[in-house]
Write a protein that binds this ligand. Structure first.
Ligand SMILES: NC(=O)c1ccc[n+]([C@@H]2O[C@H](COP(=O)([O-])OP(=O)(O)OC[C@H]3O[C@@H](n4cnc5c(N)ncnc54)[C@H](O)[C@@H]3O)[C@@H](O)[C@H]2O)c1
Length: 481
């Protein structure tokens, strides 16, 4: 299977637009194809709209953005793409016909994935050329912020296609969940539908409004679900004996008719109640406004989960680790070379809205965070990565002297330059300088001392010779300048 540089999109509605935004952000070119020419304007708008939230998801160094092109010629898209994602309406015959046509144009080593919410891959691949490269890759809206993608193979799908797809989705920051065998609705939509069915019953029977039912999730289980799913949460609810106790205690309730398996009839009365309920919840806010609020929350939640290395936060953390590592690997040749005579420019960032104080300026603690990120970037260049830390060695900050020179305002692009002032077996002394990108004006400086420690022993210890040599090469080149 090919390395993916160009993603072909078949159908550029809500889901196609989300795929485009995600892929472009992580440096993949996109050829978007739709039968309706007017969808070009739509997809460009969708990508621009996603950019604000995506830009705040991670400040790790990204490859240059991919390029977007649009065509109504599906065959031209199929010939240009290294990987094709189908996102046309959820109708089996339509998908079968279009997938078969596209498979006649796309070379056999191009994986073709369907975003279908519930159709089975064995049915979709029926009339295709090289059907072994077809799989279901079911994403979640907004595709550009939610990392989950369910991967499902059909009877003819090859292991190579599933593995190549998992690699590609991981590369663009997703969590690829392999579904063991095809079932209608895959995994997540079956769970979501069960909840939705109960909502429809409870609204239909006037037990609750849509708003009350959303409150019943948002203030309670919804908070838990971001970090742990229902099963692990119930394991905790069972006390010391966990799930076994939980099933013994509450299992009999499953036999009581709490929930209904059949969906209620979608009468006009029920539809009206659902629409009126959600309109009341929206309280005059447009879909765009609500999307922005949802996206801001999704970014913030993932950043918190990253601190705990759990759920979607673990995916974000692994993505960042890879981005930092590949930036470090490509810049490592600088170390020790003549270029290091200048202060190293290792960190570019931007003043996030949540960094602002009462006066509209970047607040004190964020300076320390930005300088800490710059130190982290330098140490990565020197070879201190997760593997190094896992081996029980680390550099701990023991002293920081921070000097403020001017203010930074919201969304202001910034960069940090770094000098290595001193290195010995156990210590590194750095001088960082924070600058405003638009005119290079210095805003603050920080002199920091780090001590190398054996983390298990809790004592200072000599650093790895190669790490020390890289830092020393920077120090001596800069000192000579
Ligand atoms: N909306 C969701 O929340 C969601 C989530 C996950 C998966 N999905 C799945 O993604 C797929 C697309 O859903 P959507 O919500 O983006 O639909 P949509 O209606 O927003 O977009 C479908 C697009 O396909 C285009 N199209 C129709 N026929 C075509 C053809 N023959 N060739 C090329 N383009 C064609 C349409 O012009 C339209 O732009 C469906 O299979 C759906 O089940 C949707």
């Amino acid at each position: 299977m090919r390395q993916v540089r160009t993603l072909g999109l078949l159908g550029t509605g809500v889901i196609g637009g989300g795929w485009a935004a995600r892929a472009l952000h992580f440096g993949i070119d996109v050829v978007a194809a739709d039968v309706k020419p007017e969808m070009e304007g739509w997809i460009r708008g969708a990508v621009a709209n996603a950019e604000g939230a995506l830009a705040r998801l991670t400040f790790a160094p990204l490859p240059p953005k991919g390029k977007l092109s649009f065509t109504t010629d599906l065959a031209a898209m199929a010939r240009a793409a290294d990987f094709i994602q189908e996102n046309i309406p959820e109708q089996l015959e339509l998908k079968q016909r279009v997938l078969a046509a596209v498979s006649r144009e796309a070379p056999a080593d191009v994986v073709i994935a369907s975003s279908t919410s519930g159709l089975m891959p064995s049915d979709l691949q029926r009339d295709m050329v090289a059907p072994e490269r077809l799989l279901v890759a079911h994403p979640f809206n907004p595709v550009y912020l939610l990392p989950l993608v369910e991967l499902v193979g059909g009877r003819q799908t090859s292991e190579a296609a599933l593995a190549a797809a998992a690699r590609f989705y991981t590369y663009i920051g997703m969590h690829a969940l392999r579904v063991r065998r095809e079932v209608p609705g895959h995994l997540t939509d079956r769970l979501q539908e069960a909840l939705w069915r109960e909502i429809l019953h409870l609204v239909n029977e006037d037990v609750a409004t849509t708003g009350e039912l959303d409150d019943s999730i948002v203030y309670g289980p919804g908070l838990r679900w971001a970090g742990m799913g229902t099963n692990l949460i119930y394991h905790l609810a069972g006390g010391e004996t966990g799930m076994r106790h939980m099933l013994r205690q509450f299992g009999p309730c499953l036999k009581w008719p709490w929930t209904k398996l059949e969906a209620p009839e979608l009468t006009e009365g029920l539809i009206d109640k659902m629409v009126a309920g959600t309109e009341a919840q929206a309280a005059g806010r447009s879909i765009r406004e609500l999307e922005r609020l949802r996206d801001d929350c999704l970014v913030a939640v993932q950043q918190v989960l990253r601190e705990y290395d759990i759920g979607a936060g673990a995916t974000l953390r692994a993505l960042e680790e890879r981005l930092y590592e590949s930036a470090a690997a490509s810049a490592r040749p600088q170390i020790g070379a003549a270029a290091t005579a200048q202060p190293l420019r290792l960190l570019e960032t931007r003043v996030r809205p949540e960094w602002i104080d009462y006066h509209g300026h970047m607040t004190d603690s964020r300076y320390l965070q930005v300088f800490g990120d710059a130190t982290d970037a330098l140490f990565r260049y020197a070879g201190i990565d997760d593997a190094y830390r896992d081996s029980g060695r680390a550099l701990y900050a023991v002293e920081t002297r921070l000097v403020h020179q001017a203010e930074a305002h919201v969304q202001e692009p910034l960069y940090v330059t770094t000098r290595v002032l001193e290195v010995d077996d156990k210590r590194v002394r750095l001088l960082h300088s924070l600058h405003r990108a638009r005119d290079d004006r210095p805003l603050a400086s920080a002199e920091q001392l780090y001590l190398h420690v054996n983390t298990a022993a809790g004592r200072s210890a000599p650093m790895d010779a190669a790490v020390r040599a890289r830092l020393a090469a920077v120090q001596s080149a800069q000192a000579a300048h």
